[in-house]
Design a protein around this ligand. Structure first.
Ligand SMILES: Cc1ncc(COP(=O)(O)O)c(C=O)c1O
Length: 542
């Protein structure tokens, strides 16, 4: 029976590249093997190729370089190379088709001998930290579905205006714009951000204090790397934004969960035993419950930070979208002793793949942060930053924001309307005044993970509130976004989502023989917070 020639998956230029790369890693691996032991050379070539096939670096259908080319690249005799290839062919790793070349066999994959990555996963042990990171809750790869929280409608992004500005800055062709950026980012962009924050968020900031990062994730990492040591404690809201959990774990910090109630993070006197080096908060719209931190709580938090001599990281990720409620000022605006580092992002108003955000640091930290950002992250993308600066200066950003706000406002209203039957069934809503998501709160006995899975089977995404909890066992709910799906989609899928939730609530009630008090009061989720001593007056700025 003729051996079927495997389909070559690569166009010819990429195939050429693969051949080059193959020779490169063969050279590297052979260099190592050769130095280490006295195995005959043909056996070493055989072993390197066999391992590359088994661990998936070479996959079914990949074409190998010709024996002549291998001979030349590896500086080996033709006999050595041919002997290795023949042995691999006999054992079924390779197949040779006269006139076409030598290919990795697809029979091994079909027989199940090869499972991509299995061998390397077995042999490569993760670090303890890697293991924890792999197991903690993370974003689904299925980000784009109706009701996925935290995702904006990037289809509304004004692509043509943006392209025009980007092309303009590429045409200017300043060589230094192609370099890494030492300065903390493109100066006009830093000025524009500072101006925006002073006016809209009451952040007392000079452009010098603004550092352009690749988004909040990088801002958090930079703060953790520079302000805390391995093993230091970071206080986080419980439930918390999973991105913050990951960033701090990755920096080797110890997480201390502080519960959130309707007034935001609610530290208890017992928390003082875990002295924080950092406190991470989302005061304007707690993620994911949506609680807005009250003025009293803000002052309390700043007093705690002062007492512990620690830093506060304020993640102001979605304040641009505030509906039916008075505008809020930032926590940073209340800070009188330069302890708050403020983080913002362009992910929500523009689009997440833009990967641009900003970090505002106290004056005394500016030089250290710029230097460390330069050394650790090698920041660049100056053309992109220049385009964004002009996008803001020309008023396009303000227009995009105005349009987005109006559009999300309608979507939010439509979702709230659709969810009314859930409220009649005993659920309640938190955090709908702002942002791109709301939280539908459920009785503490509800299986919100199961509910979210079943909603997923209907082609919609709602995230289980319990999955965001670090220690708490008492919170159940669904985090539901209205940013991504268009108004028509919310109108179409909203009632379907509500029906699914009502059905789940009814099932839960009947499983409890109707005894479940589904009219659980929102107050029942409020943690009893023992009073803290009255905040001390702020110290003079340092
Ligand atoms: C609480 C919170 N902070 C920050 C971000 C965005 O961060 P980035 O700038 O890294 O995209 C998100 C995104 O969903 C978020 O939910």
């Amino acid at each position: 029976m003729p051996i079927p020639v495997p389909v070559c998956h690569f166009p010819s230029r990429i195939q050429t590249l693969l051949i080059f790369v193959l020779s490169e890693f063969l050279l590297t691996d052979l260099g190592l093997l050769h130095a280490r032991d006295k195995i005959p050379l043909h056996r070493q070539v055989y072993e390197v190729l066999r391992r590359a096939i088994l661990d998936g670096r070479l996959t079914a259908g990949d074409r190998l370089p010709s024996s002549r080319q291998l001979m030349r690249d590896l500086k080996l005799s033709r006999n050595t190379v041919v002997s290795a290839l023949t042995q691999l062919t006999i054992e079924g790793y390779l197949i040779t088709q006269v006139g076409s070349g030598t290919f990795v066999s697809d029979r091994l994959a079909a027989s199940g001998v090869l499972r991509p990555g299995t061998l390397s996963m077995q042999t490569a042990r993760l670090s303890q930290r890697g293991d924890v990171l792999a197991k903690t809750y993370c974003a689904s790869q299925l980000e784009i579905q109706p009701f996925t929280p935290g995702i904006a409608d990037f289809s509304a992004f004004p692509v043509s205006q943006w392209l025009r500005l980007q092309n303009k800055h590429w045409r200017m062709n300043y060589p230094d714009m192609l370099d890494y950026s030492y300065s903390g980012g493109y100066a006009p962009l830093r000025r524009a951000v500072a101006q925006y924050l002073r006016v809209s968020r009451s952040v007392q900031v000079d452009a010098e204090q603004v550092i352009i990062t690749s988004g909040t994730q990088q801002s958090m990492e930079l703060c953790a790397q520079l302000l805390a040591d391995h093993g230091d404690t970071v206080w986080l809201e419980d439930p918390a934004y999973w991105g913050a959990v990951k960033a701090f774990l990755a920096c080797g910090l110890r997480l201390h969960a502080v519960p959130v109630d309707r007034q935001g993070i609610a530290p208890r006197p017992s928390d003082d035993a875990m002295a924080p080096r950092l406190i991470y908060v989302t005061p304007s719209h707690q993620y994911p419950t949506g609680a807005v931190m009250t003025l009293e709580r803000r002052q309390q938090l700043l007093a705690i930070a002062r007492r512990h001599g620690c830093w506060v990281l304020e993640d102001d990720y979605d304040t641009e979208f505030r509906f039916d409620a008075a505008p809020l000022s930032s926590l940073s605006g209340l800070d009188q002793d330069a302890r708050v580092l403020y983080m913002g992002t362009f992910s929500k108003v523009l689009y997440p793949g833009l990967k641009l955000g900003y970090l505002v640091v106290p004056v005394g930290l500016v030089d250290t942060f710029k230097q460390a950002h330069y050394d650790l992250n090698r920041p660049g993308q100056m053309q992109l930053q220049a385009a964004l600066a002009e996008f803001i200066e020309m008023g396009y950003f303000a227009n995009a924001l105005r349009r987005a706000r109006a559009s999300y406002g309608l979507r939010r209203r439509s979702l709230l309307e659709a969810l009314k039957p859930c409220l009649d069934a005993g659920a309640w809503i938190s955090g709908a005044e702002q942002g791109l998501h709301l939280c539908l709160r459920l009785h503490r006995d509800a299986d919100d993970v199961g509910m979210a899975n079943r909603i997923g089977e209907l082609g919609m995404t709602a995230r289980p509130l319990s999955a965001y909890c670090i220690e708490r066992q008492d919170l159940r709910g669904l985090v539901i976004g209205y940013g991504y799906a268009a108004l028509e989609e919310i109108r179409r899928h909203g009632p379907e989502l509500a029906q699914a939730i009502v059905r789940e609530i009814a099932n839960l009630a009947s499983a409890r023989h109707g005894t479940l008090a589904l009219q659980d009061s929102p107050d029942s989720i409020t943690m009893p917070v023992p009073p803290y001593p009255t905040p001390e007056p702020p110290m003079a700025a340092t």
